[in-house]
Design a protein around this ligand. Sequence first.
Ligand code: C2E
Ligand code: MG
Ligand code: MG
Ligand code: MG
Length: 279
Amino acid sequence: QAKAAGRNALRLFDPGVLAQMRARTELETELRHGLARGELLLHYQPVVNAAGTITGAEALVRWQHPTRGLVAPGEFIALAEQTGLILPLGRWVLETACMQLATWAAQPAMQSLVVSVNVSARQFRQSEFANQVLAALRASGARPQALRLELTESLLLTDTEEMIAKMEQLRAQGVGFSLDDFGTGYSSLSYLKRLPLDQLKIDRGFVRDVLIDGNDAAIVRTILGLARSLDLQVVAEGVETASQLDFLRRHGCQAFQGYLFGRPAPAAMLELAMAPVPA
Ligand code: C2E
Ligand code: MG
Ligand code: MG
Ligand code: MG
């Protein structure tokens, strides 16, 4: 026992662990300040339909750090979740996406676009979440029908009834819901049937090897069949090649997102991509 404790104590002072802890604390402090100083920004990645027309965009947060450069969410979202910073951060994302939607509503080429916003578990579980979304819509003047919230399966596994009630409350106002990274969680068919969803997003991990891995191909076909029987729209994420697109289309997928169509980029880039071609 004492020996084990001694070993643990030693581990705590391992310079590697200490350095890691320090780096984490530093990143947290910087993120807190970065949020306050307006260093966060949203990029938008197009979602296209079977005809190749852009019908929507996913808002993806980035951090323009003064010295680290443009930091991807993979480097700070988990930390933000652990520290609770995700609450102000997520709220900022919602408000900013709604303001962008309102701006686009005034532009003919952009006004029918649906914007998807990622919502983290901790954020969605706040009791005031629904009111926060409705307030962001009201303050910006954005149409609720143009906003889609992306949730993950794990978020809905506990307190499912409460989560469904929250979704229903927002859906009654016109807000849509998408299940992100679908296929990586544990959803059963009966469970999925109970969720008030509009859309499933096939995780890009399955799309990547869909042509070379029979298991991934089977999973993608199953998800597409499942979505058809539940009357849900499907978006395939991470489409990078024409042959992946071809496979997905042949199996009935109707919406696509991936580098083949466009990388996440500032709002102005999406406007450029959607501008009518001058005569
Ligand atoms: P996600 O919601 O599944 O978003 C899709 C991710 O796949 C994005 O990464 C996007 O850039 C990337 N992606 C799209 N197409 C391709 C492709 O063809 N090839 C490859 N290799 N990647 C592609 P990103 O922007 O780094 O975001 C990573 C994750 O961070 C997101 O995954 C989401 O879970 C989270 N995230 C991003 N923004 C927010 C946010 O505002 N709030 C919260 N809570 N999470 C966010
Ligand atoms: Mg997403
Ligand atoms: Mg995803
Ligand atoms: Mg993901």
